[in-house]
Design a protein around this ligand. Structure first.
Ligand code: IDC
Length: 473
């Protein structure tokens, strides 16, 4: 028993002695106890690749600085050390960036290359030594500036990152959209298509009112604004002559004037349409038409946004030569007395389908366009073919079209409508869609019951949805 006790005491003594010896050795090497060995210790640690561990623990700025300085000193001293290699690589990279930058100061595209190069370099560096070494200031591209705190490139004021992470100029809200009147001014015709004052092609797109006497209230400040928001730059005022229209109710002019003023305020083009329909021969109300357009053209002589459509849809036993052209020449003359610069649209035989007729016998006026009307359920490829031919000779304006059949109801004929829209886009043909109303017929833009002061998604009919998409594109 005594023997066992003695052995145990001996063992404990040996262990205590060993621990003491170890402690003394450790004190010699540990910088916490011996400042002289600090650097030596660190070098050892670095060699053992423990740098990142240390940096993570010591993440106050001062400590970081210390460790940076120390490790750079060490790097200077220790030949063939991994850190030296990394530093060399880094400075090589920076030199490359600088020389690259010098080559490309004025070249935006190349500067983009610099940015991405820089990004790659820095991410590589971060994985290695950047956390301990004092970083070289980043080289930023033309639209960037250096954030000294984080040593990263950030977008300059007025610039923002795009989806590729490149700093691009911030889009300032467009006050004047370039499809509106303030940009385009008085319109002209060049190579049988509509152009603006700068001779740039322009396509007008918008809604036609239904008969003012029935659904006039749907054309108001709110709805016209909403339409503009949807991409529209045009509104057509369908002022019926008969069917309780202008001939029997001159007061309807006031509604016309109101809409013209709204269009002006909203920077949009507007068509004043002399909507003959049951009165198929324009000559029937020629005198009234002359009187009306004299008044209008005088009133709006300085309005670059006003366009005159002088006979919606001649029909019945009327011809271009005998009825429409003579009528048009007289009315145009009246308009030109007041307004030399406005565009005038002239209807064509058979509800404005026979554009081939004026193509062979034009009116002598540089600013006249010819109406082509279609309804997708009734008018198809054959009418597009005719239009294509006519376009070689005359400018065409689709001042009325619908997604239904010619009655204004039936359908919606979406597929055919899309073909027409493509055709009009390809040929830069301006258009107005029938109709801005909530009438229970498939050509109406709004569903039955839709209020008259709002054009929003929930009130769009099937036709309205197609038109909304067409206005956007
Ligand atoms: C239609 C309307 C319909 C109205 C009818 C009679 O959609 O509600 O009852 O006129 O006035 C046109 C005419 C246009 C027609 C339209 C549809 O320009 O006034 O509107 N249409 O039939 N030409 C071809 C079709």
């Amino acid at each position: 028993m005594k023997k066992i006790f003695n052995t145990l005491i001996c063992a404990i003594l040996i262990v205590v002695l060993c621990l003491l010896a170890a402690k003394i050795i450790n004190m010699h090497n540990n910088p916490r106890y011996l400042n002289d060995g600090y650097e030596e210790y660190y070098r050892k640690e670095v060699k053992d690749d423990k740098i990142s561990e240390l940096t993570e623990k010591d993440n106050t700025k001062d400590n970081l600085e210390n460790s940076n300085n120390t490790s750079s000193k060490i790097a200077e001293n220790v030949q063939n050390n991994t850190i030296t290699k990394k530093n060399e690589n880094k400075s090589k990279t920076n030199n490359n960036i600088k020389s690259e930058e010098i080559k490309t100061v004025t070249d935006d595209k190349k500067q983009e290359t610099v940015v991405s190069y820089d990004k790659n370099a820095s991410s590589k560096e971060n994985n290695n030594i950047d956390t301990v070494n004092k970083e070289e200031p980043k080289v930023c591209s033309a639209n960037e500036e250096l954030d000294k705190e984080t040593n990263t490139c950030v977008c300059k004021v007025g610039y923002e990152k795009d989806s590729n992470g490149t700093c691009v100029k911030k889009e300032t809200p467009v006050v004047t959209k370039n499809n509106l009147v303030s940009y385009n001014g008085w319109l002209k015709i060049k190579d049988n298509t509509l152009v603006n004052e700068r001779n740039e092609k322009i396509q007008l797109k918008g809604m036609s009112t239904h008969g003012l006497q029935w659904y006039g209230e749907y054309a108001n400040e709110e709805t016209i604004k909403d339409l503009k928001e949807m991409g529209s730059n045009l509104i057509r005022i369908a002022m019926y002559t008969e069917e309780n229209g202008y001939i029997s109710n001159r007061n309807i002019k006031e509604k016309v004037a109101k809409i013209v003023e709204i269009a002006k305020k909203e920077d949009m083009y507007v068509i004043i349409d002399w909507h003959i329909l049951s009165d198929g021969d324009p000559l029937i109300h020629k005198e009234e038409a002359k009187e009306f357009f004299r008044e209008m053209s005088l009133k709006y002589k300085d309005y670059p946004n006003v366009i005159y459509e002088i006979c919606n849809e001649p029909n019945g036993n009327v011809t271009w030569e005998n009825n429409i052209k003579p009528y048009a020449e007289e009315v145009i003359k009246v308009i030109r007395e007041n307004s030399k610069k406005s565009i005038i649209i002239v209807g064509t035989p058979t509800w404005s389908q026979e554009v081939d007729k004026p193509a062979n016998n034009k009116i002598n006026d540089e600013l006249v366009m010819y109406a082509l009307h279609f309804y997708s359920g009734t008018h198809t490829e054959w009418l597009r073919e005719r239009a294509k031919e006519a376009l070689k000779e005359i400018p065409i304006f689709v001042s009325e079209w619908g997604v239904s059949d010619a009655s204004g109801n039936g359908g919606v004929y979406k597929e055919e409508t899309l073909k027409w829209l493509k055709f009009m886009k390809e040929n830069n043909i301006s258009w107005a869609n029938w109709s801005l109303s909530n009438k229970n017929e498939s050509s109406a833009m709004l569903i039955t019951g839709a209020p008259s002061n709002k054009i929003s998604e929930e009130y769009l009919s099937e036709s309205g949805i197609i038109v909304r998409d067409a206005l956007k594109n």
